[in-house]
Design a protein around this ligand. Structure first.
Ligand code: ZN
Length: 312
C-alpha cells in the first residue's frame, strides 16, 4: 500500500509518497507556517493533493514537533510552533483530504522510519535519538512504538543529567537536551569563548555547524565542546541501555553528521556506565535515513492503519 508521509517542522513541511519498503516515490515541500493553524493546514492539504494526483494513496501520516494526546490528532504543545498549540490537526486534515490520518510526534516517526527501513532493520528493541535544535527520541520495544499512558512517553531528551544546569524548554533544568543539541553545543562553546579560551570561534552568529567545522580543523575549544557533549550523550545512552536493554541506539538529526566526533566519546562513556552485559548487547550507531526519516516513518506507520484486504 502507498501512503503519504509528512514531516512538519518549524521552517519546512516535507512530504512524500512512501511505498511499503519505505522508499519515497515522489517528494515535495513547502515553507512551514508555525503561527497560523489555518495556513499550515492549507499547505498540508495542498501537498496531499499535489502528491496523490496520479495514484491513489491509502492513508496519511504526519509528524509534528510537539506532544500529541494519545488517540487524538490534537497537538497539545509545540514549543517551536507557537500558534498551532491546541489545534486538532488530525481531524482537520483528515476531514479535508478524506484520508485516514495519523498524527504523531516527529521524533517517534523518525524512530519508526529507522526501525522499519533504516539502521534498525532486524531489531525488536531500539531507540532513536534525533539531535537537532533539540533532542527528540522515539523508542521501539518488542516491535511496538512506545507511546506511554497518554502519548508522551520516550522523551529521552528530558532525562536530567545536570541538576543545576541550564533551563529547558520543558520547564525543567539540566535536561539532556540542554547539552546534547545544536542549542547546547552553541551555549557551551559560547561559555568557553567568553571565558577567554583561545579559539578561532566568535560568539556572534555562532552555530553548531561552525563549532563542528572548527573541531574538524583541530580547534581545541571546539574539540573540547564536542567531546563534552559526546560524553553527556554517552551518559544518556547508558541510562537508556540499562532501562530498556535495546539492541540499538541510532543517533540521527543534523548534529549527528559530526559522526565519530560525537559518537566516539559517547560510546566510550556508555561503556563505562552501562552494565557490561547490557552494553555488549547494544550498538550505538549513526541513523541511516537522514533528513527523510520523518517522512518515511510517517508513511510506514500510516500504512499500518490500512486493512490488508480492501473490500471496495
Ligand atoms: Zn527538558
Amino acid at each position: 500500500v502507498r501512503t503519504i508521509g509528512i514531516d512538519i517542522g518549524g521552517t519546512e513541511i516535507k512530504a512524500g509518497i512512501v511505498d511499503d519498503t519505505g522508499a519515497i516515490l515522489r517528494a515535495s515541500r513547502r515553507d512551514s507556517e508555525p503561527r497560523d493553524p489555518e495556513e499550515l493546514i492549507r499547505r498540508v492539504v495542498e501537498l496531499v493533493d499535489e502528491l496523490s494526483g496520479d495514484a491513489p494513496v491509502g492513508a496519511l501520516g504526519i509528524g509534528v514537533p510537539g506532544l500529541i494526546a494519545a488517540g487524538t490528532g490534537t497537538l497539545l504543545r509545540a514549543p517551536n510552533m507557537p500558534g498551532i498549540d491546541g489545534t486538532n490537526l488530525g481531524d482537520r486534515i483528515g476531514g479535508e483530504t478524506g484520508l485516514p490520518t495519523l498524527i504523531r510526534n516527529d521524533a517517534d516517526l523518525n524512530a519508526w522510519g529507522e526501525f522499519r527501513a533504516g539502521a534498525g532493520i532486524g531489531t525488536r528493541h531500539m531507540i532513536c535519538l534525533t539531535v537537532g535544535t533539540g533532542l527528540g527520541s522515539g523508542m521501539i520495544i518488542g516491535g511496538q512504538l512506545h507511546a506511554g499512558a497518554t502519548g508522551y512517553g520516550a522523551e529521552a531528551g528530558h532525562i536530567v543529567v545536570e541538576p543545576g544546569g541550564r533551563s529547558c524548554g520543558c520547564g525543567g533544568q539540566g535536561c539532556l537536551e540542554t547539552i546534547v543539541s545544536a542549542t547546547g553545543i552553541v551555549a557551551r562553546a559560547s561559555d568557553r569563548i567568553r571565558s577567554g579560551e583561545p579559539t578561532i570561534l566568535v560568539e556572534a552568529g555562532l552555530t553548531a555547524q561552525k563549532v563542528h567545522d572548527a573541531a574538524a580543523g583541530g580547534d581545541a575549544v571546539a574539540l573540547a565542546v564536542y567531546s563534552e557533549v559526546g560524553r553527556f550523550l554517552g551518559i544518556g545512552c547508558a541510562t537508556l541501555m540499562n532501562l530498556v536493554n535495546p539492541e540499538l541506539i541510532a543517533i540521527g538529526g543534523g548534529v549527528s553528521a559530526a559522526g565519530d566526533l560525537l559518537l566516539g566519546p559517547a560510546i566510550k562513556e556508555a561503556r563505562h556506565r552501562a552494565y557490561p552485559e547490557v552494553f555488549a548487547a547494544c550498538r550505538i550507531e549513526q541513523a541511516r535515513l537522514g533528513v527523510e526519516a520523518g517522512v518515511v516513518g510517517a508513511g510506514l506507520l500510516a500504512a499500518e492503519m490500512v486493512p490488508e484486504r480492501r473490500t471496495d
